[in-house]
Design a protein around this ligand. Structure first.
Ligand code: B1M
Length: 211
């Protein structure tokens, strides 16, 4: 039986080789992969996200944990293909029109994936049509990232276009809660882990970490 706490810690601390050996052993033993994901790997990513929000760790640690998580997920993918794994929801993530900064957006996408959501990555320079594509793919929330004061105003256009059709949440270095309130966005968060919390709230998800 997999030691779920050890798997959680391996993801949280970015111990990729430990993730590989634990996941491989579980696959060989034909264990339930959903349990590995839901009770081992996702709690590990959530925990590192919480530590990031408390400034106990920084972007590199988060990226190393996300890489360990992704390695484990890629090993589980072939097993999952013949097996329904329920995700918490479907979220479309993009950087807004005119803006090519994608490091923060990618971090938000990684954290959402790590937290159990299915992510449609719309990329950078996203106009209304790209967000519409996300909505057409069934996104329950549109996430908009902007790093430039000159591209931030495009968020208002996105909100005006999609308000009432889906939820729109925003973030990025120049963006503030006051700006989100001003343009009528459904939420704002300052960091990637905050984006996960916001999505949880908007979709009424409750996620309890294992002790
Ligand atoms: Co640019 N750039 N850049 N740049 N760049 C900034 C943003 C800038 C502040 C630098 C400066 O002048 N001090 C400045 C913006 C000034 C302003 O508008 N106020 C700037 C500029 C001016 C430009 C160009 C115009 C430069 C030029 O060509 N003259 C140009 C614009 C290109 C374009 O987009 N059209 C440009 C280009 C570039 C590079 C291509 C060289 C590169 C981007 C590479 C890439 O992304 N692939 C780049 C970089 C790297 C930066 C800095 C140095 C770092 C940005 C970054 O990745 N931070 C940046 C200066 C700085 O921040 N120190 C700068 C790390 C990342 C993890 O943080 O993206 O903030 P961030 O994401 C955070 C949160 O904001 C939040 O979560 C993340 C972490 O938890 N978050 C969200 C982000 N999106 C969210 C969405 C959410 C919630 C949270 O939704 C709910």
């Amino acid at each position: 039986m997999t030691d779920l706490e050890a798997l959680k810690k391996a993801v949280e601390n970015g111990k990729r080789n430990n993730v590989i050996s634990i996941v491989q052993a579980a696959i060989d033993a034909k264990e339930d992969v959903n349990t590995l994901i839901d009770r081992g790997m996702i709690p590990g990513m959530r925990e590192i996200g919480n530590r990031f929000s408390r400034s106990e760790v920084y972007v590199p640690e988060l990226l190393i944990a996300a890489r360990a998580m992704q390695t484990g997920m890629s090993m589980l993918e072939p097993v999952l293909a013949g097996n329904e794994h329920k995700t918490l929801g479907r979220i479309a993530v993009g950087t807004v029109r005119g803006d090519l900064h994608d490091i923060g957006k990618n971090l938000v996408a990684l954290m959402l994936k790590g937290a159990g959501y299915e992510v449609i990555d719309l990329g950078v320079n996203c106009d209304i049509e790209k967000y519409q594509y996300g909505l057409d793919q069934g996104a329950q929330i549109l996430v908009c990232s902007a790093l430039l004061t000159t591209t931030m105003p495009y968020m208002r256009e996105i909100v005006n276009e999609f308000k009432g059709k889906t939820k729109i949440i925003i973030g990025g270095a120049p963006v503030t809660q006051a700006y989100a309130d001003e343009i009528g966005a459904d939420g704002y968060s300052a960091d990637a882990n905050g984006a996960v919390k916001l999505v949880d709230e908007l979709l009424n998800q409750r996620f309890e970490l294992i002790a």
